[in-house]
Design a protein. Structure first.
Length: 762
């Protein structure tokens, strides 16, 4: 046997570069290290060089696979486990595959159709039809039971060694098949058998493993077609088919250590399904179970895509349906393809209707524009399809509006009362204590507030959500503290100028794994990506608040309209600057982000000044030592918001002293400073503007807000926190959204998706 220096071919610069380009073109998500294709691409030359050096110096070790689960779309609700390699490991696997695949491809048999150039499911089906035309009227449809999870590593390595004598390459393959899997919560799982679905090298390894079965079936002259771990056997009689199945079963069990799932033997005249196609007496159609999978997959994709724009959803639809169309268009006559067309039409029409209804699309012209990227047929056929989608969406919207006719006034009246009682709920459930010398105690399943023997307030225990103390000399009974800690009710302490200084809550400590992940993220590219998203969220919310406050004024105040347009352009420019910040050096990147944030803040507060100056005097933003009314209200409002952020991050199990945007400071919960950025505008700034517009009795007493003004600010912020909003397909209060964002941040740190900032609609 000729010794092949395969490893040297794998490690050539040109081969690694070609492998990277293939991985990059697929744009697949990254693995356990949280780094995606875009991260590798930022300095691909350096990264490829470093990867090559690791390989040549025998320092390369792959990361464990990241376990994710995707729906099977088979009506069972079950999910298929995938093992995702890191991007750098995908590159090395692709480099190895490119070199060793030709060694095996030359011996693979014509009966194997999966994962091979020039083959595919279309040709497999044509081969089945050819056998039937030759009189093979009995068919057995079989699949290997849990093939990817159970194949034997010793058997696989022995089969590979027949062609690969280069020990370095075999070492790489052993690493990939033996490497463990990390579950979503960080749990390690050893890999004792099987190969990960999702790995670049796995399709080739699967064909290598099942090649002996192909050879065995060919040696017995069976009419046999295999596609991955699915195969069919055809013959001219039922007994002959049964013998073929028995032989395949014996070979799989004895030689390949695999089990055969239950096989179905059918006379072809009765019809059968294979690879998504149903055959019945010469006619082909989409298999019924495949139709169900299509329906589930589209519905799942569109549900998950509710928060993305129509053009982005069209891209997702194209990714799903392009393969369907190409496959079925070659096998089926046009009438049989109508199911796919109607299925996509119905789903997209429903999406367009919803986006028109919620105002994301302003009119049908905008909807048509959003659908322009849709691919279905050629030229006129594609335009006709888009026209049919718009017509169906119009029909659905008209029907819905007709159903609501006569109920609109009722709905408006109910909504008005709902908002009123939601505000009342905020006052009833959040106990605000601002009276000097007050006492908070318990009595008859109520929390009561007294001062000098006079009852000031009482809240039922069951309704209480939090206690906020914003005055000196307030005392608490131990019964109240015990009740609040047992029921997870936080007690916040604020100074009279709104600065939080303490929180009583049952202690929560971050888990070790999450803490380590958070520490690593703070020091790497992921942390800077999170920091950039915090800043982008803040900038976009600043713009949206000004848009909300300006929606009518722009129509009659031309000077203001010009200023507004200039402000929006500036903020868009700042957003582009944020996205362009290089995140390799965290300290430098953080400095750049603060510079951008400062310039954006200057523009924002100028517009804020213009919005409120017709009601009160506001000369610009001051944080520390503010002595004017508006800045004092803002600072006080942020103080009320601050404990909510603190609590949400604590409940998510995060370390408050490990931050991404703000630099760590001794004894400072800097992560709170990070997350609060995207909520200041939608919660506090908007509440203060509303308060200024509707209240006259707002005043200072010396350099501090009067007690009544403090109470009004606190209540306004609490009401705003309890205001429900449409958020990613659900109705959530702003307080609930804060909790959601904290949990999403923790998930991102653990490598479970990217962090998406909260963007308030205007």
């Amino acid at each position: 046997m000729i010794q092949l220096l395969v490893f040297q071919l794998v490690c050539t610069e040109s081969n690694l570069k070609e492998a990277w380009l293939k991985v990059k073109a697929k744009g697949a998500q990254g693995g356990i290290d949280g780094l995606g294709v875009a991260d590798f691409a930022r300095d691909e030359g350096h990264n490829l060089k470093a990867l090559r050096e690791e390989l040549l110096e025998n320092r390369y070790t792959p990361e464990p696979y990241k376990r994710i689960h995707i729906p099977k779309f088979d009506g069972t609700g079950e999910k298929r486990p995938l093992g995702l390699p890191a991007v750098r490991d995908k590159i090395v696997q692709e480099a190895v595959r490119a070199v060793i695949e030709p060694l095996f491809e030359s011996e693979f048999l014509d009966s194997s159709y999966a994962y091979r150039s020039g083959k595919g499911s279309y040709k497999a089906i044509r081969r089945v039809i050819h056998y039937i035309s030759q009189g093979y009227n009995w068919i057995a449809r079989c699949d290997v039971d849990r093939f990817f999870d159970t194949l034997s590593h010793p058997v696989l390595l022995k089969l590979l060694s027949h062609k690969i004598t280069d020990t370095a390459v075999m070492h790489l393959i052993k690493l990939w098949i033996k490497m463990g899997v990390v579950e979503g919560r960080g749990g390690w799982r050893d890999t004792l058998c099987g190969i990960p679905q999702g790995a670049v090298i796995s399709p080739l390894l699967a064909n290598v493993y099942l090649h002996p079965l192909d050879v065995e079936m060919a040696s017995r002259d069976y009419a046999y077609i295999r596609y991955a771990d699915d195969f069919c056997l055809l013959s001219r009689s039922k007994p002959e088919t049964e013998r073929a199945v028995a032989q395949a079963k014996r070979f799989l069990e004895q030689r390949l250590k695999l089990s055969l799932d239950e096989c179905t033997i059918t006379n072809t005249a009765h019809g059968f399904s294979f690879l998504g196609i149903h055959y019945y007496r010469g006619n082909l159609d989409i298999a019924q179970n495949k139709k169900g999978k299509f329906k589930e997959k589209l519905a799942y994709t569109f549900r998950a895509g509710k928060t993305v724009s129509l053009p982005q959803l069209v891209i997702k639809a194209n990714e799903i349906t392009t393969g369907w169309r190409q496959y079925y268009a070659r096998l089926l006559k046009p009438p049989k393809q109508e199911y796919l067309r109607q299925l996509l039409l119905d789903n997209l029409a429903l999406v367009v209707k919803e986006k028109l209804k919620n105002g994301e699309l302003r009119n049908y012209k905008e909807a048509r524009s959003g659908l322009e990227g849709l691919i279905w047929g050629e030229g006129a056929e594609n335009q006709r399809f888009i026209k049919d989608i718009i017509a169906q969406a119009r029909k659905l919207l008209t029907q819905e509006q007709a159903c609501k006719l006569g109920l609109k006034d009722v709905s408006r009246a109910v909504a008005g009362k709902k908002r009123k009682y939601q505000r009342l709920q905020a006052r009833e459930c959040d106990l605000l204590v601002s009276t000097h010398g007050a006492f908070i105690g318990k009595r008859s399943r109520q929390v009561v507030v007294k001062c000098q023997g006079k009852l000031l307030r009482r809240v039922p225990e069951i309704a209480l959500k939090q206690i906020i103390i914003i005055s000196r000399d307030v005392s608490l009974s131990s019964d109240v503290i015990k009740h609040c800690t047992e029921k997870s009710i936080p007690i916040h302490f604020l100074t009279p100028d709104g600065k939080p200084y303490a929180l009583i809550y049952s202690p929560l400590y971050p888990t070790l794994d999450l803490g380590l992940d958070q520490l690593n993220a703070c020091r790497g590219a992921k942390g800077m990506d999170i920091a950039k998203r915090f800043v982008l969220g803040k900038l976009k919310n600043q713009v949206n608040l000004i848009k909300y406050c300006s929606k009518y004024r722009k129509g009659w105040d031309t000077d203001f309209a010009e200023m507004f347009d200039q402000f929006v352009k500036e903020m868009q420019g700042f957003c582009r600057e944020v996205k362009a910040v290089d995140d390799h050096d965290p300290d430098t990147a953080r400095g750049k982000l603060f510079s951008i944030e400062g310039r954006a803040a200057s523009s924002y507060w100028k517009m804020f000044e213009t919005v409120v100056n017709n009601k009160v005097e506001f000369a610009g933003r001051e944080r520390r030592g503010a002595s004017d009314l508006v800045n004092s209200m803002l600072n006080y409002g942020y103080g009320v918001l601050y404990p909510r952020i603190w609590l949400a991050l604590s409940l998510a199990g995060l370390n408050l002293r490990l931050s991404f945007l703000h630099k760590e400071q001794p004894n400072k919960p800097t992560l709170v400073y990070d997350l609060i950025e995207e909520f200041r505008q939608g919660v506090v700034d908007r509440a203060i503007i509303s308060l200024i517009n509707r209240e006259r009795e707002l005043k200072l007493e010396g350099v501090l807000l009067s007690r009544k003004t403090r109470d009004k600010v606190a209540v306004a912020v609490l009401e705003r926190l309890n205001t429900p909003l449409k958020f990613r397909g659900r109705n959530l209060s702003l307080a609930g959204i804060i909790n959601h964002q904290a949990r999403q941040l923790a998930a991102c740190i653990k490598g479970e998706g990217a962090y998406k900032p909260f963007i308030a609609k205007w």
